[in-house]
Design a binder for this molecule. Structure first.
Ligand SMILES: Nc1nc2c(ncn2[C@@H]2O[C@H](COP(=O)(O)OP(=O)(O)OP(=O)(O)O)[C@@H](O)[C@H]2O)c(=O)[nH]1
Ligand SMILES: [Mg+2]
Length: 260
């Protein structure tokens, strides 16, 4: 049974770079992986997609053909891609890979919060194991209040897509260790997050709302810090994916790296 790993996250969070870097890492670890590009607006990709939605729908062409703005063109393109999903599924089945890494559109809200995104995810992964990597840029995670609001996005994406979801902290190579360990301490203990947010000026009313939500969001969460440039954290990410997808039977790492 193949496995689908959908890569979602806000614009610029590092989806495409992760698809490329983690794909390379998987290949270098003798894992059979194909990359599927489902972003109709991708201009240039750092990887060569094995299957590419742009063969069927290209947001730039849609923009000129229907005289739309960039967001309108993206909405139309994602809606149009539903019509090609069977053809894409056929191409996927022909490849017979074990894993498919699926890169998704930059404007995550258009993909996740309109009907087309969840439909595409369900169709592609029908009858297969699947999960979502939800990417959070360390830039968004390093301030308590913006991290709390990103967790809301994490939860609402989970409610829309309804797949097991891993929180992947990206671009850790750009931040000092103490910033990362601070974020990890918030993930361990939501009260520390609230305390930091209070110092940033969170009112007691806001605090009450945020605490209720982050307390839920952070329960049993898998949060994995990675760099798609240095590959730090990829062994841990793979071990977590395996644990979720295959019930932990195929840990290729003898010793998954400790929590960073
Ligand atoms: N230093 C560093 N930069 C990164 C990393 N991952 C991504 N970037 C940079 O972050 C920027 C955005 O990365 P992308 O991979 O295009 O992000 P994306 O989520 O696919 O972006 P959209 O599809 O446009 O929403 C690029 O300039 C990347 O080079 C990382 O791990 N470390
Ligand atoms: Mg991208």
């Amino acid at each position: 049974m193949p496995y689908f790993i959908f890569i979602l996250g806000p614009a610029g969070s590092g989806k495409t770079t992760l698809a490329s870097g983690f794909g390379e890492w998987m290949v270098s670890n003798q894992l059979d992986v194909s990359i599927v590009n489902m972003d109709p607006a991708a201009e240039s990709l750092p990887y060569t997609p094995d299957i590419d939605l742009r063969r069927f729908v290209n947001a730039r062409d849609v923009m000129y053909k229907y005289n739309l703005g960039p967001n309108g063109a993206l909405i139309a393109s994602i809606d149009m891609s539903i019509g090609y999903i069977d053809a894409i599924k056929d191409m996927i089945e022909e490849r017979r890979a074990n894993y498919y890494l699926v890169d998704t559109p930059g404007q995550m809200e258009i993909f996740a919060f309109r009907p087309a995104g969840p439909l595409i995810v369900d169709k592609l992964s029908e009858g297969s194991g699947s999960l979502v990597l939800f990417l959070v840029d360390m830039f968004m995670a390093s301030r308590a209040s913006s991290f709390a609001s990103t967790l809301l996005l994490f939860l609402s994406t989970w409610l829309r897509i309804r797949k097991p979801q891993i929180l992947v902290l990206t671009k850790i190579d750009l931040y000092p260790e103490d910033v990362l360990s601070n974020v990890l301490s918030w993930i361990e203990d939501p009260y520390l997050l609230i305390e930091s947010a209070r110092k940033e000026g969170l009112s007691s009313y806001e605090e009450e709302i945020v605490l209720g939500i982050v307390d839920t969001a952070l329960q049993n969460i898998d949060a994995i810090p990675v760099s798609a440039i240095t590959w730090r954290g990829f062994d841990n990410l793979y071990a977590t994916i395996q644990r979720i997808l295959a019930g932990g039977e195929d840990y290729y790492t003898e010793e998954p790296s400790p929590r960073l």
